[in-house]
Design a protein. Structure first.
Length: 435
């Protein structure tokens, strides 16, 4: 295969940019959709033919019948959630035969979810002095990636298929987890027991067995026969463990840089990197967000944009578009084009703003500050645009948008330095302006 025919889709903000919809649309032109990071913390809402589907671990290409949907080695899999999700999709008539799972993806166990919840509780109690929780989704993501780095207490999907290995590993897991969490768990909580976990996790293995593959070879075989892959980033660049607003981030590599380690496929195969961003900004959980609003405009956007988490149902924090942050994310992932979503949500406002710089300690910078505490000091420098009026959800050409909406888009495009490839004017697959 000639280099560079694959595509990657990544979020440029703090998640929920509408990556699921963008991936669903692009899946038609690719042979497989591949997840490379994150876990059941992700929540992607995709609307097809008026029906809304919520996806967490299953790649968003699954709504095209027969499409291969690969969960790569970089993902942490909660098999209970995955099996539930597959059953729910099947019960709605979705063909899930194309879902395959890497034998090297790490498993989120019940003890990871307990630890996630317990850690957040301790951080909350410590808020009075130095702490404060991260506001995680409590899906066990951080503890599972920590065990991956720790190695001795990690369980991979392949281990679930081998009873002897699993028994041996679970004995060690219980040894560590019972001691580590003893001081945090309620006294009445029973200790983790290897045989109980073996029955649960071995059962997951049996149900997943037909889907488990060496996905690295699978993907390379596809590339060798000229197939096109679509890499789907979960979470988003500002939540990336290295490049985001640490420590208010998730635990994986969400930028396009995570594709290599998370799939075993070199970035050399990617020709097009699409960065997805909303026409405004949202964030779930704690951490800095320089353009956050706390007024009636925020509430209006929240209601019109259905800005409530797909995974946890939490109301999302809302603010104006932060171009300093979006440009930084686009730089980190080397994006070649932007997917701008939810433009329709801004309809009816008299004024729309974007942040073009930060004022920090008396001077102005156009550089992002990828640190969860130092970014708190940034004050936005605003640029204001007249709002636009009239329903745009039926518009399919950029030239047919109201003039003030076009000026807003032109400014964003100029500032990002790459073309706007898709503009979202509604949640439906077809409610998209493409160029
Ligand atoms: P993801 O996590 O990046 O896949 O995004 P989510 O699915 O969590 O959140 C995006 C939300 O916006 C979902 O409810 C989508 O259905 C919706 N959505 C995506 N694009 C558009 C759009 O252009 N307009 C409107 N009104 N909704 C959209
Ligand atoms: P999608 O794929 C929005 C946020 C959480 C929390 C922080 C850490 O739907 O865009 P974690 O449970 O990962 O340890 O939580 O990261 N977060 C997301 N916010 N969308 C997501 O995914 C997110 N995944 C993680 O709210 O602040
Ligand atoms: Mg989401």
């Amino acid at each position: 295969m000639p280099a560079g025919t694959c595509t990657a889709v990544v979020g440029l903000q703090w998640g929920d940019e509408g990556k699921g919809k963008a991936v669903d649309l692009l899946a038609a032109e690719h042979d497989a959709v591949v997840r490379y990071n994150g876990g059941a913390n992700a929540g992607h809402s995709v609307v097809v033919g008026g029906t809304r589907y919520a996806l967490h671990l299953v790649p968003s290409g699954i709504l095209y019948p027969g499409k291969l949907a690969v969960i790569g080695n970089g993902v942490v899999i909660d098999p209970e959630k995955l099996l539930e999700e597959l059953a729910a999709l099947e019960s709605r008539g979705v063909d899930v035969s194309g879902v395959v799972v890497s034998d090297r993806a790490h498993v989120v166990g019940p003890y990871h979810k307990d630890e996630d919840e317990l850690r957040e509780g301790v951080l909350r109690e410590a808020a009075g002095h130095s702490g404060g929780e991260i506001g995680t989704t409590k899906r066990g993501i951080g503890p599972a990636y920590a065990d991956k780095a720790q190695r001795s207490t990690a369980i991979r999907v392949g281990d679930l298929l081998h009873g002897g290995d699993l028994r041996r590993k679970l004995a060690l897991v219980c040894e560590f987890k019972n001691r580590q969490l003893a001081g945090f768990r309620p006294v009445e909580a029973p200790p983790y027991h290897p045989e109980t976990l073996l029955a649960l996790m071995g059962g997951w293995g049996e149900r997943l067995r037909p889907r488990v593959r060496d996905t690295t070879y699978l993907l390379h075989d596809m590339l060798a026969s000229g197939k096109r892959l679509l890499f789907e980033g979960a979470n988003a660049t500002l939540l990336d463990v290295d490049h985001g607003t640490y420590p208010f981030v998730t635990a994986s590599s969400c930028a396009v840089l995570g594709v290599g380690p998370g799939t075993g496929v070199s970035e050399r195969h990617i020709g097009q990197v699409l960065g997805v961003m909303k026409a405004y900004t949202t964030r779930v959980g704690r951490g800095p967000m320089p353009t956050e609003l706390h007024d009636a405009t925020a509430e209006r956007i929240r209601q019109r944009g259905r800005e409530f988490g797909t995974t946890t149902g939490r109301p999302r924090r809302v603010g104006w578009l932060d171009l300093v942050a979006a440009r930084y994310s686009a730089m980190v992932s080397g994006v070649t084009g932007v997917v701008l979503t939810l433009l329709d949500v801004l309809e009816g406002l008299d004024e729309v703003r974007v942040c073009t710089g930060y004022r920090v300690d008396g001077s102005v910078t156009d550089r992002f500050i990828p640190d969860g505490y130092r970014l708190e000091r940034a004050e936005p420098v605003w640029r204001s645009f007249p709002g636009f009026h009239g329903d745009i959800s039926g518009v399919r050409r950029r030239s047919e948008l109201p003039g003030s909406a076009r000026s807003y888009l032109d400014f964003i495009e100029g500032s990002m330095g790459v073309p706007l490839r898709q503009i979202g004017v509604g949640p439906g697959r077809e409610q998209t302006i493409r160029s």
